[in-house]
Design a protein around this ligand. Structure first.
Ligand code: IPE
Ligand code: IPE
Ligand code: MG
Length: 255
């Protein structure tokens, strides 16, 4: 969204800040393992509680009038974890889709999945396809689940598809522009995130939405993901309201 759109959007305004609600919030849900370790629990318990926090985040995002919510559930690099943990995370995704899909659909939520589908077990792929297909015409919040997702890998795929078209003679390299690359990203049609939230105090991007976050605002929260609640969500949004987005232009005071 550009500066003009932000000024004119008739969105929900936070009383304290008078800001305009971000259209797209993307969350790096981090700290499940440390949340569990602090309590002497297995990491799986942290991931289970992390799923509860996703449910809360979806509800709050809908209540706040946010249009797009992206959650980073499994990175392309998370395969480096022990096989048991990888299998636990796959199991939790399956359970989440099986258990929550009907309710998401009933709540008019459109589900999109981004990330590499090849390399996932066929039962998971079928579930992800089903979630997108069932909810494709819904008009409420769009919930984007980044699963087996890597921002760099996504750009490589988009570029490879363009290169293929050049090879076949249907695309002139001179026609390759930002829109051409964007059209090959998993996120095509989805506006760039206005706000990226990362929990757990880590301050890095970890290969999340590399292309799309060129002008996103980043808010880093100290709490672990399983504790994410309405207070934390509103704190991040209030911090966003205090930012001035310039997109390379000048401050509103300076013009
Ligand atoms: C986030 O929590 C969930 C995933 C990355 C799948 P972590 O599992 O990274 O938790 P920490 O960072 O080890 O505490
Ligand atoms: C990023 O968290 C990936 C997800 C939240 C799914 P990680 O815990 O995997 O990131 P690093 O390894 O600490 O950068
Ligand atoms: Mg982590």
């Amino acid at each position: 969204m550009n500066g003009e759109a932000k000024r004119s959007a008739p969105a929900y305004a936070c009383k304290e800040s008078g800001g305009v609600m971000p259209a797209h919030v993307a969350i790096i849900m981090d700290g499940n393992g440390r949340w569990a370790a602090q309590r002497g629990l297995p990491r799986l318990e942290g991931h289970r509680r992390g799923v509860e926090a996703i449910r809360r985040a979806v509800r709050i995002a809908g209540d706040l009038g946010i249009r797009y919510l992206t959650v980073y559930s499994f990175s392309a690099e998370n395969w480096r974890r022990p096989a048991q943990e990888v299998s636990d995370l796959m199991g939790l995704l399956k359970r989440f889709v099986r258990h929550d899909l009907a309710e998401l659909h009933a709540n008019n939520i459109r589900v999109r999945i981004i990330g590499e589908r090849e390399g996932l077990a066929s039962d998971i792929r079928l579930l992800l396809d089903e979630a997108e297909h069932l909810t494709r015409s819904n008009t409420g919040l769009t919930l984007i689940i980044a699963f087996n997702y890597g921002g760099r890998q996504e750009i490589v795929s988009a570029v490879r598809a363009l290169a293929q078209r050049v090879k076949e003679g249907s695309l002139d390299p001179a026609e390759i522009d930002m829109a051409a690359i964007e059209s090959g990203l998993d996120t095509h049609g989805i506006p760039d995130p206005d706000l990226v939230i990362r929990t757990s105090g880590e301050q890095r991007v970890s290969n999340f939405l590399t292309w799309q976050t060129a002008y996103s605002e980043f808010v880093f929260l100290p709490g672990f993901w399983p504790d994410f609640d309405e207070t934390a969500f509103k704190a991040a949004i209030d911090e966003y309201f205090r930012r001035e987005r310039r997109f390379g232009g000048l401050s509103a005071q300076a013009v």
